[in-house]
Design a protein around this ligand. Structure first.
Ligand code: WQD
Length: 340
């Protein structure tokens, strides 16, 4: 059974990918320093994967520790999730984002090289497309960063491109996520942001459970059908399954690839609110306010490349995303701090 190392394994996307990899028959070693996640995720995961999760605490900037874990568990590939991911925070702490996201990537790459492992899945983001000119977005669309977080994803891709050019034995999957939402259908793991949620769906679910009074809709005057921002929301389980397909591709086809992981369907903020109200039976109090600096009007993927190269296509629609988000939040009003 092939072992995969996940850095950032107890985070939102990491924990769901852990479940998808086990479902696909891979052995998983989780690695995390809990900088943006809870150790309680491990107890929840045990119930989902049917065994005690194999977990190694550590920081991706500790190269020797990452190498030690790869060698100890004979990991054949690494999925590197561990990174800071808040756009707004990145503008306040650019150097911390460069240190952790770029320094951490270089450290993981060095550890892999030292351990003789060169199959890497890199967690990239649609944010590398900046303000897209053409929609839907294809992988050959122009790339540019509009904030320090986005710059770390763009530069991360560029560093890895150069690594591959210098040493073609590296096989790298660059996965550009659109907007991950939803939760495992069991309702036992899900998105649990610290403090006030930056992203739309966790803010909506917190309004629904009464933790937040009202959702501020950032802008009602965009050039979109109802004036509110349009995004490509993708169910986190679809995203997780996309990672399984990518790992399989790297290990079996031994070729690198860059793909969008999105549905190809854009929804506006008001459409998400309506869908969530239908799924939860809860009214979501909201008010249209000024635009959020840095936001674009519309952003959604052309997902054809992932289907062609990986045989992967998102299966779950907006209704399921909302139902699963609601089940997670309603059963865990305080996230992982809620009683299991
Ligand atoms: C979605 C829509 C907002 C909150 C960001 C990062 C991206 C990725 C996903 C890390 C927009 C509107 C939001 C709120 C609102 N993160 N909104 N009220 O900005 O598309 O993408 O998160 O990988 O890299 O850039 O996601 O969820 O913040 O916003 O009206 O309280 O919801 O204006 O139209 P975004 P988001």
């Amino acid at each position: 059974m092939t072992t995969i190392l996940l850095t950032g394994a107890t985070g939102y996307i990491g924990s769901h990918t852990w479940v998808a990899l086990r479902n696909a028959g891979y052995r998983v070693v989780g690695f995390d320093n809990f900088a943006n996640s809870s150790p309680k995720v491990l107890q929840r995961l045990e119930g989902l994967i049917g065994e005690a999760p194999v977990f190694e605490p550590g920081d991706v900037n500790d190269t020797a520790r990452v190498r030690e874990v790869i060698q100890k568990h004979d990991a054949r590939a690494v999925i590197h999730f561990a990174a800071h991911k808040a756009v707004g925070e990145s503008t306040q702490k650019p150097l911390e984002y460069f240190r952790n996201n770029l320094g951490g990537l270089v450290s993981v790459g060095q550890a892999m090289s030292d351990a003789g492992v060169r199959a890497l899945v890199f967690s990239s983001s649609a944010t590398v497309y900046g303000s897209p000119e053409k929609l839907p977005i294809t992988e050959d669309s122009p790339l540019f960063a509009t904030n320090p977080y986005g710059l770390t994803k763009l530069m991360g891709e560029q560093l890895l491109n150069e690594l591959e050019r210098c040493d073609p034995s590296w096989k790298i999957a660059y996965l550009r996520y659109f907007n991950p939402v939803g939760a495992h259908p069991s309702g036992t793991i899900g998105e649990d942001p610290r403090g006030i949620p930056n992203n739309l769906m966790p803010y909506v679910t917190q309004v629904a459970v009464g933790k937040r009074a009202q959702l501020s809709v950032y802008g009602g005057d965009y050039d979109t059908p109802d004036g509110t921002g349009v995004r490509d929301y993708i169910h986190v389980m679809d995203l997780a399954e996309g990672h399984v397909a990518a790992v399989k591709h790297l290990l079996e086809r031994e070729r690198s690839l860059t793909v969008n992981l999105g549905t190809g369907q854009g929804y506006s903020v008001l459409e998400v609110i309506k869908a969530f109200e239908a799924a939860s039976g809860r009214a979501i109090a909201h008010q249209i306010v000024d635009r959020r600096p840095g936001d674009v009007a519309s952003c959604y993927a052309d997902p054809a490349a992932a289907q062609t190269l990986l045989g992967w296509k998102a299966q779950r629609g907006l209704r399921e995303m909302c139902e699963d988000s609601w089940r997670w939040q309603s059963r865990n009003p305080n996230g992982f701090e809620s009683a299991a």
